[in-house]
Design a protein. Structure first.
Length: 409
C-alpha cells in the first residue's frame, strides 16, 4: 500500500512540476512576464489546492479514503492533459486550477492511511518513503517533460504526463484496501471541526512547525520553479538540458535527502524527540551557502555539488514534517491536520514563493540594468529572508515538542 501511494505522489508531483521546465516556451508563446508566470505556477495552483484540501480532508476523516485518493488522481491527470490543449493564458490558468483541485484530494487521505499502517517511531521513514514520489515525480516531470518539449513541443509534454496518473488511479482502486483506523484507549472516535481546530492551535510545537515548514517551502519551491528558467536565461542551457540536468541532480539528491531525513529522524528521535525538528534546522543552515552559490555558478562541478546540497535540503524536511503533523494530533484529526499543513506550506510556499520571485524579478528588471539577470537576485532575496526565518520557528518548536507529544499520548 505504501508503494502504491508513492506512485500516486510521483504522478502528482510530475504533473505539478513539469510546468517549471516549460516556463520559457510558454512565456515565448503567450508573451508573459515573470509575475504572470509566478501567478500561473503559484497562486493559481496554491489557492485551490490548499482551500479545497480542507473539506476533502474532513470527508476523508469520516469516509473511505482509498476511493477519494483514486478519484482525485483521475481528476488531476485529466486536467494535466487539458493544460496541453489550452489556447490562451486564461485557459491554461483554468486548467492548472483543475490540476490543483485533483491534487487537493490525494495527499491528506494518503497521509492518514499511512499513519494507520505504521507506529509513531516508524512514521518519519514511512512518510519519507512516500515522499520519494516527490523526487521521482520531479525527475520525471523535468527530464521527460523537458525532453518531450524540446522534440515535440510543450503541449505534448503535458499530454504525455497525464497517462501515468490514469493508470495509477486504477491501481489504487483495484489493489488498496481501506485500513482500520487506529485509536489509543482514550482517543475519541469522532471530533468536531471546532474541537479539531482548538486542539491543533493548543499544540504550540505544531504551530511553529507549520510556520517554519511554510517559510522553508517558500524558497525551496521558488527555486525549484524558476531554476530551469534561470539556467536558460543566464547560463546558456537549452530547455531540454536544463530539465535533464536539474531533474537528475535534484531527483537523486532529493531521494537521498528523503531517506536520510526519515531514517535519522526516527533513529535520533529515540534518543531525544527534539531531533524531529533539530535535524531540519541543522541541514537548512548547512545548505544555506550552497543554495546561494547555486544561483551564480555556471556549468561546472561546483554547480553539481551546490545543486546536490540544495536537493538534499529540498527533500529532507518532508518526512519529519509530515510525521510530526500525524504524531501531534489524535487519529480522528490526522487527515485534516495534513490538509492544514499543506494549506500552510503551499499557500505560503507554492503561492507566495513563485509570486514573490516573479514580482521582484520584474521590479529589478524595470528599475535596474540587470535585464534577464534580475531573476538571480530575486531568488537571492527570497532565500536570504526565508531560510533563517524558518530555522527560528523550528528552534521554537523544539522547546514545546516533548510536552505536546505527551498530550497526544
Amino acid at each position: 500500500m505504501l508503494g502504491v501511494f508513492t506512485l500516486v505522489y510521483c504522478t502528482n508531483i510530475a504533473d505539478r512540476y513539469v510546468l517549471s521546465v516549460l516556463i520559457e516556451p510558454i512565456r515565448a508563446e503567450f508573451g508573459l512576464s515573470d509575475s504572470a508566470l509566478g501567478f500561473l505556477s503559484g497562486f493559481a495552483f496554491a489557492i485551490f489546492y490548499t482551500v479545497l484540501g480542507l473539506p476533502i480532508a474532513r470527508l476523508a476523516d469520516r469516509s473511505n479514503r482509498r476511493n477519494i485518493v483514486a478519484a482525485a488522481t483521475v481528476v488531476f491527470s485529466v486536467m494535466t492533459a487539458l493544460c496541453g490543449m489550452a489556447q490562451s493564458f486564461v485557459l491554461l490558468v483554468l486548467a492548472r486550477i483543475g490540476v490543483a483541485v485533483g491534487e487537493a484530494g490525494a495527499t491528506p487521505p494518503a497521509h492518514s492511511i499511512i499513519a494507520d499502517l505504521f507506529e509513531r517511531h516508524q512514521r518519519a521513514l514511512a512518510l519519507a518513503i512516500f515522499s520519494l514520489g516527490a523526487s521521482a515525480g520531479l525527475t520525471l516531470g523535468m527530464t521527460f517533460g523537458g525532453w518531450v518539449a524540446e522534440h515535440h513541443g510543450w503541449r505534448f509534454a503535458f499530454l504525455s504526463l497525464a497517462v501515468p496518473g490514469l493508470l495509477v488511479a486504477g491501481l489504487v482502486r483495484l489493489t488498496v484496501k481501506e485500513p482500520i483506523r487506529t485509536h489509543s484507549d482514550n482517543a475519541p472516535s469522532q471530533a468536531t471541526l471546532a474541537e479539531t481546530v482548538r486542539f491543533m492551535l493548543s499544540q504550540r510545537a505544531l504551530v511553529h512547525v507549520f510556520v517554519g515548514g511554510a517559510l522553508l517551502n517558500a524558497y525551496l519551491v521558488g527555486l525549484s520553479i524558476f531554476l530551469p528558467a534561470l539556467l536558460v536565461r543566464s547560463q546558456g542551457y537549452t530547455v531540454g538540458e536544463a530539465g535533464q540536468s536539474l531533474g537528475i541532480i535534484l531527483g537523486v539528491s532529493g531521494s537521498i535527502g528523503l531517506l536520510a531525513g526519515g531514517y535519522l529522524t526516527d533513529k535520533l528521535g529515540k534518543r531525544d524527540l527534539r531531533w524531529h525538528v533539530w535535524l531540519t534546522a541543522l541541514v537548512t543552515v548547512i545548505s544555506f551557502p550552497a543554495t546561494i552559490a547555486l544561483l551564480f555558478v555556471g556549468k561546472s562541478l561546483v554547480y553539481v555539488l551546490c545543486a546536490s546540497m540544495f536537493g538534499v535540503a529540498n527533500s529532507l524536511f518532508l518526512g519529519p514534517l509530515y510525521a510530526m503533523t500525524q504524531n501531534l494530533v489524535p487519529t480522528v484529526m490526522r487527515a485534516f491536520a495534513a490538509a492544514v499543513l499543506l494549506f500552510c506550506i503551499n499557500i505560503i510556499g507554492m503561492g507566495f514563493g513563485p509570486q514573490i520571485v516573479g514580482g521582484i524579478s520584474d521590479a529589478l528588471n524595470s528599475a535596474t540594468a540587470l535585464g534577464e539577470d534580475s531573476l538571480q537576485y530575486a531568488l537571492l532575496v527570497t532565500v536570504v529572508i526565508t531560510a533563517p526565518w524558518s530555522v527560528f520557528h523550528y528552534w521554537r518548536a523544539s522547546v514545546h515538542l516533548r510536552e505536546d507529544y505527551k498530550r497526544v499520548e
